[in-house]
Structure formats: structure tokens, C-alpha cells
Design a protein. Structure first.
Length: 172
């Protein structure tokens, strides 16, 4: 079940995210790779006090010891929101910790995390999304990246309906 983008995004970031959402799973993973490669050290997972890496031992521990093809399969499952062990572990994290997972994996790509194949040829669908992201200011780029990370994974927890959706105000 696709999750809805947050209401906090600007029109430009909503448009960028909508374009990203139309990509295939491998295209989404490749785009994440290029975003992290292009933005490099400018990307931080979150404020150090806002992320808790010890809450993701399966993703930031066990994951590094599985075979590269299994890592790629787990990334694909997470990106697709499939009901698997890794996708559930990821889906249970806060947005900051989800961003931390991709940050950590990006830092380890080519070493302890499967890398983009040398012969990978991006599809024509990736370029427009990358161009849209490049046109955003830095905070908007981070906003899109956070939204991408947050929308992945599997969780049975449903969002609480908003007042606008229910027409009722919260009461104690």
C-alpha cells in the first residue's frame, strides 16, 4: 500500500517526489546512489541526537555480513515496501533513522555494501528526476531525500487520520 507524501513538502519538492515515484525499483536505487555520490559529505543522516543507530541492528549490523546479491535483494524489497524481515526492520524506524540507514549504506558502498555495477546504464527516466533534484535548493533536496527514505519499507502501522480527514478535533 503506497504511503502518502507528507504535507510539509513545497510544490517543487512534491513534483520532484511524484516524478521519482514513477521510477522502477532499480531506477530508484540507482538514483539514490547518484544523489549520495553527487551530494557527498553535504548529506548527514540527521542531527546526531535525532538518529539512533542502535535501533537498527539488523540494517546496520547483520546487513553488512550477507552476500552482495542478498543485500541488493533486501534493498529492492525495502524500496518496494515488501513484507520481508529487512523491510519490516526498516519500516519500523523513524524518518531520521531511515535516512541514517541509507547514509550508512552509501558510505559503505563498494566496501561492505553492494555497489552499483560498473556496467550499469541508467534509463532515460532517471535523468529528469536528477535534473529536478539539482534545481532544488539544498534544504529542498534534503526534504526530497528524507521523503524518499521515509516512504520505503514495510509497516502495518497506519497513520492517524488528520482532523481534515475526520472532521473531528482531538479531545482528552
Amino acid at each position: 500500500m503506497p504511503k502518502q507524501p507528507t504535507e510539509l513538502l513545497s510544490a517543487a519538492t512534491q513534483s520532484t517526489y511524484a516524478t521519482y515515484s514513477k521510477l522502477g525499483i532499480d531506477e530508484k536505487l540507482a538514483l539514490l546512489y547518484w544523489i549520495y555520490a553527487a551530494m557527498g559529505d553535504q548529506i548527514t543522516p540527521a542531527a546526531p541526537t535525532a538518529a539512533e543507530p542502535n535501533l537498527a541492528p539488523v540494517l546496520l549490523g547483520d546487513f553488512y555480513s550477507i552476500a552482495p546479491e542478498d543485500q541488493l535483494a533486501a534493498m529492492r524489497q525495502i524500496a518496494a515496501g515488501e513484507d520481508t524481515e529487512y523491510s519490516r526492520a526498516y519500516g519500523s524506524l523513524t524518518p531520521n533513522n531511515k535516512l541514517l540507514v541509507w547514509f550508512a549504506w552509501a558510505q559503505a558502498m563498494g566496501n561492505t555494501v553492494v555497489d552499483l555495477p560498473d556496467d550499469y546504464e541508467p534509463t532515460s527516466a532517471i535523468s529528469p528526476v536528477l535534473e529536478q533534484i539539482e534545481q532544488l535548493d539544498f534544504q529542498e533536496q534534503i526534504s526530497v531525500l528524507r521523503e524518499v527514505a521515509n516512504q520505503m519499507g514495510y509497516s502495518q502501522v497506519q497513520p492517524i487520520p488528520t482532523q481534515a480527514e475526520t472532521g473531528k478535533t482531538a479531545s482528552l
